[in-house]
Design a protein around this ligand. Structure first.
Ligand code: FE2
Ligand code: FE2
Length: 340
């Protein structure tokens, strides 16, 4: 914790001062903050936003792939894709649970998404046009997610870091299944290879943008790094991803659509071309190819699920009533026995 943060959030009471000291010590030791620990309001707010946006991304991210479940080319492909989409739903649920421990209930977080007050990853606003897109999404989008998320397993907020451990294991299965789809296509007929190349061409740029704006345009990054939430900057992670994908693309027999991509001996990394940040801003602001469709579908699914939520509430109330009746009955019996 740096001096300016203390100035921005003066600890008013003695209890808060002790809380702040404890928080600073935990961060300095690179240890973990747990839900009951005192934490600065800005830390809580940043994490609530980050974890809930991550949850929203997992849930919205089910749509482009769910779209292909009925059209998967074989029973095996269909069952793998179903398992993958189901994993993403699970990721959303762990993350909503982690976000809730910061104090905002899940229905409120969900409401923020439905009313357009919360964002989700811009990548899910692109259409999945062909079966090869299932490969490109798994290989590139889940691949970028792994690069981003492995360091988050060490995030200072305990419930977030722990949720990320399981999520990352599943993401690495997702990336491999995407790779395998592309590998089969790129070793199939010329048309199949072309379909795989076309999918990679469309998803590569947006996948690189998943790491967020360049470091110079990412004002919150530094604070997140000081709080041990983020461990590497957007550009560092993007570079790591490019370096990882080049040899994988070669092994696939596909090209990455960047004429400026070349090995830089001096830096020990691949140089890559400029990204289209105007496109990124357009998609993030809601004007991407599928933003409207994704939100309409989410609102529709939420409305269609109303009966499930109502049934769950009614069931919980019934169980609570039964438990209360049983307690009353036991107490009555006890009183009778004592009285007798
Ligand atoms: Fe996921
Ligand atoms: Fe995934």
């Amino acid at each position: 914790m740096t001096a300016p943060d203390r100035l921005a959030e003066p600890a008013a009471s003695e209890e808060e001062r002790a809380g702040q000291d404890h928080f600073d010590r935990i961060i300095a030791e690179d240890s973990r903050i747990e839900p009951r620990d005192w934490m600065p309001a800005a830390y809580r707010k940043t994490l609530t936003r980050q974890v809930s946006q991550h949850a929203h991304s997992e849930i919205i991210g089910m749509q482009p792939e769910a779209n292909w479940i009925t059209r998967a080319p074989s029973l095996k492909r269909k069952s793998i894709l179903m398992a993958k989409v189901q994993d993403e739903a699970g990721h959303g649920l762990y993350l909503y649970s982690a976000a809730e421990t910061l104090g905002t209930p899940r229905h409120e977080l969900n409401q923020q998404l439905l009313e357009g007050r919360a964002k989700y990853s811009s990548i899910f606003n692109y259409p999945a046009r062909t079966w090869a897109d299932m490969g490109a999404i798994g290989w590139l989008v889940d691949g970028a997610a792994i690069c981003n998320q492995v360091p988050l397993c060490r995030a200072s907020y305990g419930p977030y870091g722990r949720a990320m451990v399981r999520i990352c294991k599943e993401e690495s299965f997702h990336q491999r299944q995407g790779w395998e789809i592309l590998y089969e296509l790129s070793h199939g007929t010329p048309e199949q290879k072309q379909m795989a190349q076309d999918a990679v061409n469309r998803f590569y740029g947006p996948a690189l943008q998943m790491f967020g704006p360049p470091d110079g345009d990412s004002p919150h990054s530094q604070q997140s790094m000081a709080w041990n939430i983020k461990r590497f900057s957007n550009d560092e992670l993007r570079q790591r991803f490019v370096d990882m994908m080049v040899p994988q693309a070669e092994a696939l027999g596909l090209t990455l659509p960047d004429p400026d991509l070349k090995w830089n001996e001096e830096r020990g990394h691949y140089d890559y071309g400029a990204l289209d940040w105007n496109e990124f801003k357009t998609v993030l602001s809601g004007a991407g190819p599928c933003n409207v469709q994704r939100m309409q579908r989410r609102r529709q699914a939420h409305a269609e699920g109303a009966w499930v939520r109502e049934a769950a509430v009614a069931y919980a109330a019934k169980m609570a009533e039964r438990a209360a009746e049983q307690t009353e009955q036991t107490e009555r019996t006890d009183r009778q026995l004592i009285g007798a």
